[in-house]
Design a protein. Structure first.
Length: 378
């Protein structure tokens, strides 16, 4: 009689694989089969982990000594909770007769609930129609410098993610990543070199998949193979892949909303402006749904201020190269701070068309990142 599956893995390898799966399995309906993680032996020296949801599928392989081959499907919540408390010792996982598993690490042990692995949905390896190699750093830049502007309004599903498009050029390709919620927009454009011709392709990456992608790329080095299917985007590395459902809707023509014809532009020190906005925050009521920061431009300076009848006023001045008639404009303070955080360069340029028109935040040293923010009417 063949014993049930059993393997032993280094704590760092086991914990790293589970960290990539964090948040993917079903969280609300724990009775769903997709609330479980599937573990399967791959020969005698590796284990394949599969985690699924309706939006994302993760398949990753980690090294392990497999003493008895097989499969097990274990409750994701219990498994990941235990993984956070693992001591620095080899992890042993062995299946029991009731499909539960015994987890033992050093002098600690625990049982993990499980189900019959045959009940797990079958995973079909993806076959992308278009593939391109992208630097890991670029994918993380998309998530960090664009993703914050994704909409959370389920009534506008085509805005619930990052729109990624790749366009061929004479020297390679241009990758554009855009996110907007209708009140602000972030657009990152980067050239890449390619060894083979690239087809024009576009996809809206679901916002849940964006967070999962950041975890998937943790510890990864080099390039990532990005494949485009009709209804999904797949990110592949040596140890596995992450498949993220594509939002199959048209993305707005975002280039049309990029403002031009500005009344004035002014360069500002990014860190000084961030500090000034944060200084004014204590004066903003916590129950105010749209906390407002006012910027007043006067000859040679910008005044950042906030007013609240209960908490008092706050303001700070910055030296800037501004000349002309005094002008005042207001922004949602969170939107402004998030846009400033996405720009990592020392100097930012704020281009203002009018108090009721979209403003543009850029940097003189990075023409590939644009932040568009709608002012708040005062």
């Amino acid at each position: 009689m063949v014993a049930g599956m059993e393997f032993t893995a280094a704590k760092k390898d086991f914990a790293s694989a589970l960290a990539k799966a964090q948040g993917i399995p079903e969280q609300r309906n724990l009775a769903s089969v997709m609330a479980n993680i599937l573990l399967e032996s791959v020969g005698s020296d590796a284990v394949r982990l599969t985690a699924q949801s309706y939006e994302v599928t993760l398949v990753t392989v980690f090294p392990a000594h497999v003493s008895s081959p097989g499969r097990m499907a274990l409750t994701a919540r219990s498994l990941t909770d235990r993984a956070r408390m693992l001591p620095e010792a080899p992890v042993n996982l062995s299946i029991m007769e009731n499909q539960w598993a015994n987890l033992s690490v050093g002098q600690r042990s625990s049982t993990i609930p499980g189900i019959l692995p045959d009940n797990m949905p079958e995973v079909v390896p993806p076959s992308p129609t278009v593939e391109v190699m992208l630097p890991r750093a670029l994918l993380l830049e998309m998530a960090d410098r664009v993703g914050f502007a994704m909409s959370v309004d389920e009534g506008r599903p085509n805005l619930n993610g990052i729109n990624i498009s790749i366009s061929p050029t004479e020297t390679g390709a241009t990758v554009d990543a855009v996110a907007t919620d209708g009140h602000r927009l972030s657009w990152l454009s980067r050239p890449i070199e390619t060894s083979a011709p690239v087809e024009r392709v576009s996809a809206i990456l679901h916002r849940k998949g964006v967070a999962d992608l950041k975890r998937f790329l943790d510890g990864v080095e080099g390039d990532v193979k990005v494949g485009f299917l009709r209804n999904a985007v797949v990110f592949t590395i040596d140890t596995g892949y992450l498949l993220v459902r594509q939002i199959e809707l048209e993305y707005p023509e975002f280039r049309k909303v990029i403002p031009s014809g500005f009344r004035f532009t002014v360069d500002m020190d990014r860190e000084e402006l961030v500090s000034a906005v944060k200084w004014a925050q204590p004066s903003i009521s916590s129950d105010n749904k749209s906390p407002i920061i006012r910027l007043r431009f006067e000859s040679g300076k910008a005044v950042v201020m906030a007013r609240d009848p209960e908490r008092g006023d706050a303001n700070t001045s910055m030296d800037v190269a501004f000349e002309g008639e005094a002008f005042e404009i207001a922004y949602n303070n969170r939107y402004l701070l998030e846009a400033l955080s996405a720009v990592t360069e020392q100097t930012v340029t704020l281009s203002i068309k009018g108090e009721a028109s979209a403003s543009l935040l850029t940097s003189p040293s990075d023409d590939g990142l644009r932040q568009v923010i709608m002012p708040v009417r005062m």
